[in-house]
Design a protein around this ligand. Structure first.
Ligand code: GDP
Ligand code: MN
Length: 380
């Protein structure tokens, strides 16, 4: 689960990492009021779950409340790579002497958290990694050993921070960021830029915070931060019904049992020249109720023109799924062609059940590849 900047900053603040005062606003009038309360110049920041907001015109300085209102007017409703701005974070503006970068993430290859630090912050970190890799200090933390003072020194001296007071603050922030990473079961904690003010204060000017979905059960307060409005309507509906669904850009609606199978189904659709419209995992069950829920969500996407049902019977028996499909088709009318591939436990019986009922628009294929071809053909 990705957090908005303002939510990530709240967790930073709780972890003892310095951030600027700010207020949330959802209208230009609220932005003005927030600026009045904060006093002095502010920065008006689009709250969307994507980076590079500055370049997209989503971050603007305002000298006074009237300007904050005007900038808010411009930013609200802005589409930043498919994310429409509905919330603003109005923050006391900071003077910036230098912009650094600090993050903790997972290095899955090394099976360890990875600290990254550079004094070339404020820009895309991928750019720094490509153009001046030596300037980006990468350091693993042994999870059993935890963050140690030497990690901080390696980052600071490696990146060439010379000012002692700055060194001390960065060391403290790195330790706290690692603590936050562990405490909140994060996948990513990133500060870009980590700024040094002309007075020498080091603080987090931005936040990217991703929490592991699987750990949300033990962070009720973080789980509550989820903003359902930020998800496409299909994904919202799926979440409510308990269906695992991710919207994609193509035309072939996908339904399968098991995340791995669905992933390979997406690949096979692409292989035969089609484009999947979604990822949808039916999970272990294949009862009519689950099938209806999933089909409702898949067909709710106007881009879908055909549906590929890919079932591998393991514990789930194909005959049960076949009955589920038929019952679902009785409960709802679907205009799109549906291609079904059944394999595994009781596959033959499943195919026989479908063949006997032979509902219009339903095609059965014996293999995944044949079925994918047919679904892509029918999508045109
Ligand atoms: P991003 O573009 O989505 O990464 O958003 P950031 O929060 O990182 O802001 C982008 C840039 O706006 C920063 O790198 C800063 O250069 C600038 N910026 C953000 N807040 C302030 C501020 O309080 N004062 C000044 N002078 N610049 C700011
Ligand atoms: Mn940033």
């Amino acid at each position: 689960m990705d957090l908005y900047e303002y939510q990530g900053k709240e967790l930073f603040r709780r972890s003892g990492i310095t951030v600027s005062d700010g207020k949330l606003a959802t209208s230009a009038a609220e932005a003005r009021a927030a600026a009045e309360e904060l006093g002095g110049p502010v920065v008006v920041k689009a709250q969307v779950l994507t980076g590079g907001r500055g370049k997209a015109g989503g971050i603007k300085l305002a000298a006074d409340p009237a300007e904050a209102e005007a900038r808010a007017e411009e930013i609200l409703g802005l589409d930043i790579r498919g994310h429409v701005v509905r919330k603003l974070w109005i923050e006391k503006a900071s003077d910036i002497a230098r912009e650094y970068y600090l993050s903790v993430t997972f290095d899955r290859g090394a099976k360890q958290p990875l600290l990254m630090f550079t004094t070339q912050g404020g820009v895309d970190i991928e750019e720094v990694a490509a153009s001046s890799p030596d300037a980006l200090i990468r350091l693993h933390v042994d999870p059993f050993e935890g963050f140690q003072p030497w990690h901080a020194r390696a980052l600071i001296y490696g990146a060439g921070v010379e000012e002692p007071d700055e060194q001390k603050q960065i060391a403290a922030i790195a330790a706290r960021l690692y603590e936050a990473f562990v405490e909140f079961d994060a996948m990513l904690c990133e500060i870009n830029p980590l700024i040094v003010t002309p007075e020498g204060e080091v603080k987090a000017l931005d936040s990217k915070f991703t929490v592991d979905d699987n750990a949300l059960f033990r962070h009720a307060d973080v789980a509550e931060m989820r903003d359902l409005d930020a998800y496409p309507p299909e994904e919202r509906a799926a979440r409510e019904k308990g269906v695992t669904y991710v919207k994609l850009d193509g035309e072939v609606g996908i339904l399968g049992n098991g995340a791995g199978l669905v992933m390979s189904t997406l690949d096979v659709i692409a292989l035969v020249g089609g484009r999947p419209a979604n990822f949808c995992d039916l999970g272990g069950g294949g009862d009519a109720h689950g099938v209806v829920d999933a089909l409702e969500i898949i067909t709710g996407d106007p881009q879908v023109t055909s549906i590929f049902f890919n079932i591998f019977g393991g514990i789930t028996r194909c005959d049960e799924v076949a009955r589920g499909i038929l019952q679902a088709l009785e409960q709802m009318t679907i205009g799109h062609p549906i291609v079904v591939r059944l394999d595994g436990t009781n596959a033959e019986e499943g195919r026989r059940i479908l063949a006997e009922a032979s509902p219009p628009n339903l095609y059965t294929e014996p293999t995944m590849l044949d079925a994918a071809r047919r679904a892509v053909e029918l999508a045109q």
